[in-house]
Design a protein around this ligand. Structure first.
Ligand code: NAD
Ligand code: DAU
Length: 354
């Protein structure tokens, strides 16, 4: 059994990843390190909190002592690094925390793992550090073309610039120290447990609360959407079979303009909530001021991961979005805890003040 440190495992993708990885009975012993920021919610993991192969540790990826102690305590062989500040709009308002968590946090984790692994008798053998990143590092596409692993980096927001910096650090550790890094760059995820500041859960939550559905600018920006569990399976696939030192793009070849996504969610929500046409949720659509520096289009070329590792998504957009809407409708309590912050008390009830 491999001891795996997952950072940011109480967040959206990290918690889905832990649930997915634990399906492989006896393969991974998972240690989830999370600071429990506004985006970290242990309720996402209630179904596994008693699982013998799952352990939670509250802590900061920027804290060298904590990380070194965890690497030693659990004899960590695999690191999967999700922890980050992840929301572009917040990075425009408050960039500093993005630099700290995403750049300094990644550096601290890389450096602690390098120091710990390199002094072991077997060195880097069987060790892997998978850094989870985003397609936003490549900047914005025009109307045609796709991001490949060879596309040059042109990040446009403080968020994407901080992720680009962390990718470069990861790359530098391979070239300088021969450190065993893999980097994945994925497109927009959607699915259960996503904090309702991101477009799709925000729309669902606002429809449920009869609030306006804000569409930035003209709604013509394009994103390439992938169901979160498909992303998680891709990460496991890269972790287990990827070539050390390489980068893998992950995406679902599923491009949508924002306004088309908004209309689609309204249609499905109207069906689920049995709203008559006169009360359609599409009446809530409201065009608002555009996001500063708003990237026009993202689209991933996922040929490499398909060709070399055989990964393809399992969900179509139709099945993924229906599952997602049903999940939020069945978990309104999760939505209300998340939006009113009361899930923060969950940690205190479970773990006290440690
Ligand atoms: P999220 O915001 O939902 O979760 C981030 C998690 O990291 C939270 O649990 C938070 O508490 C934790 N965290 C924040 N600062 C920390 C710190 N200093 N120490 C320890 N834990 C800390 O984010 P997400 O959407 O799940 O994204 C996870 C990763 O995947 C990020 O690195 C992001 O850049 C990347 N990514 C996200 C998407 C997407 O569409 N959401 C797409 C591609 C890549
Ligand atoms: O591409 C991967 C990235 O996808 C990840 O790296 C980020 O962590 C993740 O947050 C996401 O970034 P985006 O900025 O693309 O996602 P967001 O859900 O914030 O916005 C999706 C699109 O919808 C974007 O073009 C902005 C627009 N939008 C967003 C919100 C929140 C709106 O029109 N209205 C809104 O209220």
């Amino acid at each position: 059994m491999r001891n795996m440190l997952v950072t940011g495992g109480a967040g959206f993708i990290g918690s889905n990843f832990i649930l997915e990885a634990l399906k492989d009975q006896g393969k991974y012993n998972i240690i989830n390190l999370d600071i429990l920021s506004y985006a970290g919610n242990l309720e996402n993991l209630t179904s596994v909190e008693e699982h013998p192969d799952y352990h939670f540790e509250k802590g900061d990826v920027c804290d060298k002592e904590t990380i070194t102690a965890l690497l030693q305590k659990y004899n960590i062989e695999k690191v999967v690094h999700f922890a980050a500040e992840s929301h572009v709009d917040r990075s425009i308002e408050t960039p500093e925390i993005f630099l700290k968590t995403n750049v300094l946090g990644t550096f601290t984790l890389l450096e602690c793992a390098r120091q710990y692994w390199s002094q072991l008798p077997e060195g880097y053998q069987n060790k892997t550090f998978l850094h989870v990143s985003t397609d936003e590092v490549y900047g914005s596409l025009g109307e045609i073309g796709l991001f490949t692993e060879e596309t040059s980096y042109k990040p446009n927001s403080p968020y994407s610039a901080s992720k680009a910096a962390s990718d470069h650090l990861a790359r530098s550790y391979v070239h300088t120290y021969g450190f065993p890094v893999l980097v994945t760059n994925c497109s927009n995820n959607y699915g259960p447990f996503q904090f309702p500041e991101k477009l799709i859960p925000l729309l669902i939550n606002n429809i449920l609360n009869n609030k306006p559905l804000p569409v930035y600018g003209e709604g013509k920006n394009i994103r390439d959407w992938l169901y979160v569990r498909d992303h998680c399976r891709a990460i496991l696939c890269v972790l287990e079979n990827g070539n050390i030192g390489e980068q893998y793009n992950i995406g679902g070849h599923n491009e949508w303009t924002n306004i088309d996504i908004v209309r689609l969610i309204c249609k499905y929500m109207d069906e689920q909530l049995k709203l008559p046409e006169s009360k359609s949720s599409s009446n809530l659509i409201t065009y608002v001021k555009d996001r500063p520096g708003h990237d026009l289009r993202y689209a991933i070329d996922a040929t490499k991961i398909k060709r070399e590792l055989g990964w393809v998504p399992s969900e179509t957009f139709e099945t993924g979005i229906q599952k997602t809407i049903n999940w939020y409708l069945e978990n309104k309590e999760w939505l209300s805890h998340t939006t009113n912050g009361s899930y923060q008390n969950y940690y205190k009830e479970m773990y006290g003040n440690r």
